[in-house]
Design a protein around this ligand. Sequence first.
Ligand SMILES: *Cc1c(COP(=O)(O)O)cnc(C)c1O
Length: 356
Amino acid sequence: MKKHNYSAGPCILPQEVFEKSAQAILNFNDSGLSLLEISHRSKDFVAVMEEARALVIELLGLEGKGYQALFLAGGASLEFVMVPYNLMKEGGKAAYLDTGTWASSAIKEAKLFGDTVIVASSKEENYSHIPKGYTVPSDADYFHCTSNNTIFGTQMKEFPSVDMPLVCDMSSDIFSRVLDFSKFDIIYAGAQKNMGPAGTTLVIIKEEILGKSGRKIPSMLDYEKHIKAESMYNTPPVFPVYASLLTLQWLKNLGGVAAVENLNNAKAALLYNEIDRNPLFKGAAAVKDRSNMNATFLLNDVAHTETFDVMWKAAGISGIPGHRSVGGYRASMYNALPLESVQVLVDVMKALETKV
Ligand SMILES: *Cc1c(COP(=O)(O)O)cnc(C)c1O
């Protein structure tokens, strides 16, 4: 039986993506060859890369606005390094919003390159909310934020208007909601949270911001080199890129980002309503900053843990234990998770109430 998969990442993908990508490993495009044994420079794979890059731009409404999409390797974590390398001037300054573990990892890397200002942090409150009302120093080379805090279950609902390049780590909520994506100059996302398997990182760049840091950048870390090589500077991660393309096609057929946002809103409302209604549970994050992707919640009485755990496992649910830094539970409701799976979890929470 297929499980109700709430894993935070790598995570659930559409079933048709699993099926079609499995088929491509056996026989890609009816070529008699596996996707894994053909040249990345072959016509068939170049077409995959081109379509994937173009679909990203189309789905985010960025056509004709000077953006390039790249499928790189090294995870979102390598972007923590590439962003300052490409944007921070020698002796320059960068500004960061500290909203969680990933944001603070990005800050740690930026500090290797120069003056890194933390404009605000919710660390003292265990990142249970998104700081607001901060000011960004006007002489910063860029401002970096994290749209969705996967571990703590908070999500930025508004983004500041800044005079410098705006960079955002959207690893865990890319393609989940409509935003004015043209506000951003760099968006990056590890594929494995909402787009595909682990092994590739999507980077979307407004080309005009590049080439201004004055730094000598190693080729593999240089966005301009990757753009010039059309995301094929070296052998790209062919399988993750192909599976990501299948997910993007699935999303387009569904009606695009706006359509999946409606679904995501319905799933989040269903679960948060139950967390708030059910006297046995409480949410972990500030209500106004709650993430529609990762819902963190706790049992009011930890004595019910074992009973609840037995019940959700019996219902075919997988992947909801919380991250060690929050405890309790985390239900990750990425694009491919069906509403029915959320209903199953809510039914278990209701059943616990009648049982204890
Ligand atoms: C998972 C995650 C990362 C780390 O991604 P890797 O691809 O493993 O490097 C970074 N930022 C956010 C917001 C994440 O959720």
